[in-house]
Design a protein around this ligand. Structure first.
Ligand code: ATP
Ligand code: MG
Length: 447
């Protein structure tokens, strides 16, 4: 690659010290005062140049991890594949990475690749220029120098930023093979920044997508969260599908989208959930990944549930088995940490309780710690036209506005209309149950 170093002086760019967080500045100053080079790099510089608020600040330096550690009491060294330092200020983390260099001729204890070319260890240190060439995209390889406030650009990043282009540094084929997750990153930045992915950087994704199959599932889970919970989830989802990457992460969901039975519903519920998530993030509200994962796998789970019912399992039993089945299968593609898979199940398992409220159970459902998530999930299902849910949604919305006595009265009314189902064969029983609720709800609504 032809390298043309460009230095953009403070007068010629828009990044001011005021827009860098105090903690990032502290780290930069301390490194500089100790005689090391210190640069802000990555998303921090990129987003500030674009007039956006960076998600976090990353620092690059010639200090080695041990040297960084001895400068900061609040420092943790992390990562084996890519060793770096985290400087912790409460919940704010400044990531400090030592300049990386080329791997040629280095021992496998520092630099290693598997036979497909994937880098499995990247701890060879180098110069600023070498570091720039080891980063992923040109727009992510701009360095803000704390010594003189200039920006250093080795890869044409400023130009690509002006032209709204995501361009892989160096030979895109080699660089994707070194780390296939870069394909997901390309999509994420294209969605977030509304940039185009440059020709080769884009075309190769179709050929190399499959390499994601070899990435550890825990890393793919982390990337999935960044894609869907980063504030630009809907656009990421659409791009992932355009690039045939979504099917590699969520094959059961992709199959469900393409199924003739309820494909359009699967697609609509995901898009609606992502629209809501993006809006929540834009207005500073929190989001829980479990909710969205529950949406992604809801219809695939249902397909399993139908199979279990056909085999003679009772509705609730089939729901439990299908939840387990679908989560286990998904974990072959992206891991799902226990705290999230538990919540997904709780959301799913609450649906029958919400669909069939009974006098005895409704108040308990209302005080369940997952009620809000379960209720939001029910509302979402209603927006995609799942049948018989509209009046239920109204009932649950209504009951939340009432005081305790009124809530109990609402539940009593349910009870009056409820017949106790007789124990008969499984399938007949399930059918009767749903009829009971329908009649219950219509009488509630005719009040
Ligand atoms: P954001 O933090 O907004 O998601 P970012 O560009 O800062 O975006 P990080 O994951 O924080 O992304 O990484 C910081 C920088 O480290 C990147 O900008 C890039 O220069 C480099 N980097 C991160 N991951 C990779 C990778 N897989 N391959 C090469 N360089 C990478
Ligand atoms: Mg970052």
């Amino acid at each position: 690659m032809k390298i043309k170093k460009q230095i953009i002086s403070r007068k010629e760019h828009s990044v001011s010290r005021d827009s860098i967080s105090d903690n990032a500045l502290k780290v930069l100053y301390r490194l500089k005062d100790a005689g090391y080079q210190a640069y802000l790099v990555g998303g921090g510089v990129r987003d500030l140049l674009l007039g956006q608020k960076p998600k976090d600040f990353d620092v690059a330096t010639d200090a080695h991890p041990d040297e960084i550690k001895s400068l900061f009491r609040n420092c943790r060294l992390i990562g084996r594949r890519f060793r770096l330092a985290h400087i912790l200020y409460g919940r704010d983390v400044i990531e400090v990475a030592t300049f990386r260099g080329p791997h040629e001729g280095k021992s496998p204890s520092h630099a290693d690749q598997n036979k497909e070319g994937r880098i499995i260890r990247d701890n060879v240190y180098g110069s600023l220029e070498e570091d720039a060439l080891r980063r992923d995209f040109s727009i992510n390889a701009l360095y803000y120098n704390i010594r003189d406030d200039s920006i250093v650009d080795f890869t044409g990043g400023m130009n690509d930023l002006d032209n709204k282009i995501i361009r892989m540094i160096g030979d895109a084929d080699t660089r994707y093979r070194e780390d296939p997750v870069r394909m997901l990153r390309a999509v994420r930045f294209a969605a977030k920044l509304n940039f185009q992915i440059e020709g080769k950087t884009s075309d190769l994704v179709f050929d190399l997508g499959r390499l994601l199959e070899d990435i550890p599932v825990a890393r793919l889970f982390d990337e999935t969260i960044k894609l869907f919970q980063g504030g630009y989830g809907l656009r990421c989802f659409q791009l992932l599908r355009e690039y045939n990457l979504f099917e590699l992460l969520f094959p059961m969901t992709e199959a469900s989208i393409n199924s003739s039975d309820h494909g359009s519903r699967t697609l609509t519920i995901i898009e609606q959930a992502l629209r809501n998530t993006d809006e929540r993030i834009a207005s500073g509200k929190s989001v829980n990944p479990a909710f969205f994962l529950a949406v992604l796998l809801w219809y695939p789970m249902h397909e399993y549930k139908s199979r279990f019912v056909e085999r003679g399992e009772h509705e609730m039993e089939a729901l439990l088995s299908a939840s387990r089945e679908v989560i286990t299968r998904q974990q072959a593609y992206t891991s799902i940490p226990k705290r999230f898979s538990l919540m997904m199940r709780e959301i799913w398992h609450m649906q029958p309780q919400l669909q069939h409220p009974t006098r005895k159970r409704a108040i308990r459902t209302l005080t369940n710690k997952r009620f809000r998530a379960g209720y939001d999930f029910l509302l979402l299902r209603n927006t995609v036209g799942e049948t018989e849910l509209a009046s239920l949604c109204e009932w649950w919305t209504d009951i939340q506005t009432k005081n305790k006595a009124e809530q109990e009265r609402m539940c009593d009314l349910l009870g009056k209309n409820q017949k106790k189902p007789k124990r008969r064969n499984n399938r007949r029983r399930a059918k009767n149950n749903s009829q009971n609720v329908k009649s219950t709800m219509s009488s509630v609504n005719s009040e």
